[in-house]
Write a protein that binds this ligand. Structure first.
Ligand SMILES: N[C@@H](CCC(=O)OP(=O)(O)O)C(=O)O
Length: 429
């Protein structure tokens, strides 16, 4: 986009030509396009983005129709049908809506249509927002199990320093591990006054997409036709991020990257140890639960937490750092590390016992992972510490003997954090 807020027609036209060419080569293509707010600004003759949320939402509503009309016009020159897909993080967080979106993509692609995706800005508030279209494109790519994601921007790749200011800046050609190169590259190179994304969000997107098995490339939007080279040696300058050898697929990827946790389930040390030792989606029995907080419903994502015993100031500081570090990772939607256990917690001997009211708050616990709740928070509180055989009596029914499923542990019990952490978790609330 230029200062005039007019979409750069030459760029959009070459994107369209490239997509049509890719289609003729047999590829299925999904386009993620920003620009609704910019087009809205231009339509309303406004000089800059409004500060308030509702102002931006209104402009996006004004601009989105014109933006999609523009794409339709350009693709129409090639008789290429398109579809508008508007998503929010909230849509992806809800399992049914997520699956519906995946099915719609599949159907559109099988019909030979090019879906054009943007955030549904009108209803997006901070809690359910992707915020930038780099993250949205990475989530979209992992939803459709894409082979490639191309992040088009105003530089031709990732540099060791800002190439506009530093003549020694080098282009990084291949990245196998995003977190390993994070400190060695410049994130001050891409972005515009109209967008929210930049090189940092592109790194986050690359991390999400590659974890889901999608080879990702950062390349110049001046030459979108270069994407037709794929990752061949002949491809012009770009940065290629290698896809993970063992990609996180479907539900696990979805839990790790897209869900906004609606509450927390606090587990005991035994459950934590077991969950952090296995390698695929862990499941939690009520016996390993100390309690739950946050008004979550069944089917929603929850944080898996362990209790911090009030220890020495030094240990507290250590835990706080671990917690903050993990929160930062979770906030940026970065992949959680090793997926956790395929096994449940080995509790056999729980008797029905009186449990004191659960009075822990966010400040008393540390998040160690994420999962999907099978029951709501009040049901999980009624079930805490019990053997699963008591579920039908306590709830009046039992859908699953596990209270949380698809658990990914980000801070395993045997990680660098763990000696101190596992000493500090205790079974009693
Ligand atoms: N969804 C909004 C903007 C999102 C956005 O700015 O994303 P990005 O292009 O990654 O900076 C729009 O269409 O204007």
């Amino acid at each position: 986009m230029k200062r005039t807020h007019q979409p750069l027609l030459s760029t959009l036209s070459s994107v369209v030509e490239t997509v049509v060419k890719l289609r003729s080569m047999g590829h299925k293509v999904v386009l993620v396009s920003s620009g609704a707010i910019g087009v809205g600004l231009q339509r309303m003759n406004m000089p800059s983005r409004p500060k308030g949320l509702s102002g931006k939402q209104a402009l996006a509503a004004i601009g989105q129709g014109r933006l999609i009309a523009l794409w339709d016009n350009l693709f129409g020159q090639f008789e290429q049908p398109i579809a508008q897909v508007l998503l929010t993080r909230g849509d992806i967080s809800d399992r049914t809506r997520y699956l519906n979106a995946v099915n719609t993509f599949k159907e559109l692609l099988s019909l030979g249509v090019v879906p054009i995706v943007n955030e549904n800005d009108t209803v997006s508030v901070s809690e359910i927002k992707f915020g930038d279209n780099d993250t949205l494109s990475a989530i979209t790519a992992s939803m459709i199990s894409a082979d490639y994601l191309f992040l088009l921007t105003d530089v031709d790749g990732l540099y060791t320093a800002n190439p506009r200011k530093d003549p020694d800046a080098r282009l990084v050609e291949t990245v196998d591990n995003v977190s390993a190169i994070r400190n060695q590259v410049s994130t001050a190179t891409a972005g515009s006054s109209l967008g929210t994304g930049g090189m940092e969000t592109k790194l986050i997107a690359a991390e999400i997409a590659t974890a889901a098995g999608v080879t990702t490339s950062i390349c110049s939007s001046r030459h979108p036709e270069n994407t037709a080279h794929g990752q061949r040696r002949s491809a012009p300058r770009h940065t290629c991020f290698t896809a993970a050898a063992n990609p996180v697929r479907d539900l696990k990827s979805w839990v790790s990257h897209t869900l906004h946790p609606a509450g927390s389930v606090v587990i005991d040390a035994g459950a934590y140890r077991v969950l952090s030792k296995r390698t695929s989606g862990g499941r939690l029995l009520p016996a390993g639960v100390l309690g739950a907080f946050g008004d979550f419903s069944s089917g929603q994502a929850v944080r898996i937490c362990v209790k911090i015993e009030k220890a020495s100031e030094e240990e507290e500081e250590f835990q706080r750092n671990a917690y903050n570090q993990h929160r930062q990772v979770a906030k940026s939607s970065l992949p959680l590390s090793e997926p956790a256990s395929g096994a449940d917690t080995p509790r056999e001997t729980e008797e029905e016992e009186e449990h004191p009211p659960f009075e822990l708050t966010e400040d008393d616990v540390v998040e160690v992972g994420r999962g999907l709740a099978n029951y709501n928070f009040s049901q999980i509180n009624r079930l805490k510490g019990l053997n699963s055989s008591h579920m039908p009596r306590v709830l009046g029914y039992a859908d699953s003997e596990y209270v949380v499923e698809s658990i990914t542990i980000a801070l395993p019990a045997d990680s660098a954090f763990s000696p101190s952490l596992s000493r500090q978790v205790s079974r009693s609330p």
